[in-house]
Design a binder for this molecule. Sequence first.
Ligand code: AMP
Length: 276
Amino acid sequence: MLVATTIAQLRVEIAGRPAPLALVPTMGALHAGHLELVAAARAQAGTVVASVFVNPLQFGPGEDFERYPRDFESDRAELAAGGVDIVFAPSLEEIYPPGFSTTVVVGRIGAAYEGAARPSHFSGVATVVTKLLNIVRPDNLLLGQKDAQQTAVLRRVVRDLAFPTRVAIVPTVRAADGLALSSRNAYLNSEQRAHAPTLFAALEKLRAELSQDSAKHDAIERAAALLGSSGRLEYLDLVDADSFEPLEQLRAPAFIIGAARFGATRLLDNIWIGSL
Ligand code: AMP
């Protein structure tokens, strides 16, 4: 496995490699969820490129950019074991050189939910992924369902800006108790970790209620009660999978989405409704 740290080096290394080319963008601190994306990429591509870059543009003021977990040596070993061909691990200056000022504005699809809680987040995600797509020119882009609104935003970016790239969404990998794996789970103390699966339980409860035709407002209230006092729910809703507009009744394709804080740690989760 080769590690490229500059755009020029990466382009030289990619040239002549077997197609199709798959890109797995990550911020490192890798866990089994990331490795599922790598495995899916490996199964469908001739060449797999994974990027490891903690993108400052997608963190708001006062968020965890500085303390976000970083362990490149461990990430490198995991990616090599997963069959990645090339790791792109650029410096901050390589991606955002002095004078950098162009950003991608995502519009309404990124305004609610995560976009409301983190106003510059999706612009930061869309900007870095647009840049990565231009650098790598992949045939396939692999994204995790875990970040559902991010998948909707980036699928929109790929369509709107006519990238010749197919987007593949990989199902969420969970711990045995249901908690979605996330690099931020490392911030939870043992008590918070014990309570964190209530977020997924609330999503499942909402799905069950909606499939019995409960009114959405009442269903959300009953599902939210599962969090008790251990977590602070930020939102729980049913949305269209493509537009991320709220839906009143269960239909496919949709997501049941939620976000909650356990202590200072903000966790997201969702359930994909692919068919009824
Ligand atoms: P991140 O490093 O958090 O930016 O995540 C990189 C990619 O891994 C994104 O496409 C995420 O949606 C995906 N990912 C994160 N957690 C999981 C998980 N538990 N299961 C599947 N994919 C995930």
